[in-house]
Ligand binder design. Structure first.
Ligand code: PEP
Length: 274
């Protein structure tokens, strides 16, 4: 019998919306105001929105005491200094955010993010008390060449080099197959589950059973209200990182509610199946 509890101390599902380069300040405030209305504060699911830097503090202000958290989409690893254009973890924290996405495939692809920079950024986020959402995932060519697991192993090794068990417990991993991001092509729930189970196993090998069991692993890639339920039913899928569908309040709220329902059913199933 496997225990999966929403309350107590393990693996509360987490749904995060990555707004990417979208929303003016006014649009951002409008969106979070709608979300606050549709999502009661006592969700079984942890909810995070990640607006552009320009809207971090205002969205955090609107969402204060709403139960919905705010995250940034990237950070720089130095706290301060002559680094024109960069935003550090302490500044993100100061803006009212509690989370930060690290190593999104778009940053790896367009902004030369490497294992080393992902590692430094993740460490900097933890040092400032931000919860990092660390993205990993293979391209279509890598999947077709049978390299999915090798790529994931490499990315995890790089991201968490030198990490302690204690640090790993504060991290969230997002498995985002690059071929599923913004393409409308979602991984099959079984395909995603296979990758999530692999990620958990890797964490177990390097950081032990407890850390692996506690690790929350989100799936990302064309998540919509009509596919989140089947994804969340999978044993090792603990939430989602949502791009396009997080830009619209109704769709994002429905994803959160469906994820909560699926997680509750999963809890019942695992608690009561002999
Ligand atoms: C993402 O940006 O992380 C993402 C998963 O995007 P989408 O949901 O649009 O595929």
């Amino acid at each position: 019998m496997r225990l999966y509890r929403i309350n107590e101390n393990v693996r509360k599902p987490i749904i995060a919306g990555n707004w990417k380069l979208h929303k003016t300040l006014q649009e951002a405030v409008q969106l979070v105001t709608l979300l606050k209305r549709s999502l009661p504060a006592d969700q079984d699911v942890e909810v995070v929105v990640c607006p552009p830097f320009t809207a971090l503090s205002e969205t955090a202000e609107v969402l204060m005491e709403s139960g919905i958290h705010v995250g940034a989409q990237d950070l720089y690893w130095e706290d301060k200094g002559a680094f024109t254009g960069e935003v550090s973890a302490p500044l993100i924290k100061d803006a009212g955010a509690g989370f930060v996405i690290v190593g999104h495939s778009e940053r790896r692809q367009f902004f030369h993010e490497t294992h080393e920079t992902v590692n430094k950024k993740t460490k900097a986020a933890l040092k400032a008390g931000l919860a990092p959402i660390v993205c990993v995932g293979e391209t279509l060519a890598e999947r077709e060449a049978g390299k999915t697991f090798a790529v994931l192993e490499d990315q995890l090794k790089g991201a968490f080099l030198g990490f302690t068990q204690e640090e790993i417990r504060k991290v969230i991993v997002a498995y985002e197959p690059v071929w599923a991001i913004g393409t409308g092509r979602t991984a099959l729930p079984e395909q995603a589950q296979e990758a999530h189970a692999f990620i958990r196993k890797e964490i177990q090998k390097r950081f032990g059973e407890e850390a692996a069991k506690a690790l929350r692993i989100q799936y990302g890639g064309s998540v919509k209200p009509d596919n989140i339920g089947s994804l969340m039913k999978q044993e090792d899928i603990d939430g989602a990182l949502v791009g396009g569908a997080s830009l619209e309040a109704d769709a994002f709220a429905e994803i959160v509610k469906t994820a909560g329902k699926a997680a509750r059913e999963k809890e019942v199933r695992s608690c009561c199946t002999p």
